[in-house]
Design a protein around this ligand. Structure first.
Ligand code: PAF
Length: 280
């Protein structure tokens, strides 16, 4: 595996690869890799000849009071895990390589970017889209793999790719869960054992949602808020095509989304639903 730290070097690597007629599958991450990330790499291998993973803790997507400084940085362990998956190149740039003094193309997340995660984390999605755009410009992937757990992020990255990166196919990897139902996340490292138990309330709550949503969402709120050390941010059901809330009349495929703080750790999760007539 090649460990690449500079923009010039990854550009040269990509040029060589493309000149040899090889395709690239790309897995962008912030590191602190877990089994969920490794399933993204497995999926990447099904899609292209070369696999590139990036590890970059992107300052632009963290708010002033968030965990940028304490976000786990475990490059050596991550590199060992990626070696076991035969990854061709690990791109681990510095902030200066990603955001050079001459500037990069800034992306704006628009209206959906200021709802749900974006309402609680102003500017977060502008930061995510800007770094994803910059990474796509450098890596020029044929395919890029993202986890379904970050549903709103995925929604917006698909929009970005549709508008500006038509040659890159966005592939979704299903959420990887612990046997308890807890969705794997790099931030789970912050949780104590009792908090990990509390955190399972998010998935449990999602599984209770059905029509009439006005009633079941209220019950899901109560379930989460009555869990020790847990404070709900939002629970909602959205139309996955537009990422806007649906009402009690909605039938068909929907997406239930939730965010809550467990102790000091903010967690998100989601679940696809098929909404039908309520049982009488
Ligand atoms: O999902 C993540 O790990 C990050 O938001 C991403 C897509 C790598 C951008 O920094």
């Amino acid at each position: 595996m090649r460990l690449i730290h500079t923009a010039a070097e990854i550009e040269a690597f990509v040029e060589e690869t493309k000149a040899a007629g090889q395709t690239i599958a790309f897995v962008p991450t912030m590191g602190a890799l877990h089994d969920g990330h490794l399933t993204l790499v497995d999926l990447a291998w099904q899609k292209a000849d070369f696999v590139v993973v990036s590890i970059f803790v992107n300052p632009k997507q963290f708010g002033a009071n968030e965990d940028f400084d304490k976000y786990p940085r475990t490059l050596n362990e991550d590199a060992k895990l990626l070696e076991t998956k035969n990854v061709d190149a690990l791109f681990a740039p510095s902030v200066e390589e990603i955001y050079p003094p001459e500037g990069v193309r800034e992306q704006r997340a628009g209206v959906v970017g200021s709802t749900f995660e974006g309402a609680s984390r102003p500017g977060h999605f502008d930061g995510v889209l800007t770094v994803v755009g910059r990474l796509f410009d450098l890596v020029q992937p044929d395919v890029a793999i993202f986890g379904a757990k970050d549903a709103q992020q995925l929604f917006m990255i698909k929009k970005l790719a549709g508008a500006l990166y038509n040659d890159t196919e966005i592939v979704t990897a299903p959420t990887h869960r612990e046997p308890s139902g807890l969705a794997l996340s790099s931030r789970n490292r912050y949780l104590s054992e009792s908090q990990k138990t509390s955190a399972t309330a998010l998935y449990k709550a999602l599984k209770t949602l059905r029509q009439p949503l006005s009633l079941t969402i209220e019950a899901a709120r109560t379930l989460i808020d009555s869990t020790p050390e847990t404070k709900l941010d939002y629970v909602a059901v959205v139309d996955p095509e537009i990422f806007r809330p649906v009402n009690d009349d909605f039938r068909g495929k929907a997406l239930a989304i939730v965010a809550a703080k467990v102790g000091d750790t903010r967690l998100i999760d989601n679940l696809e639903l098929e909404l039908t007539e309520p049982n009488r």
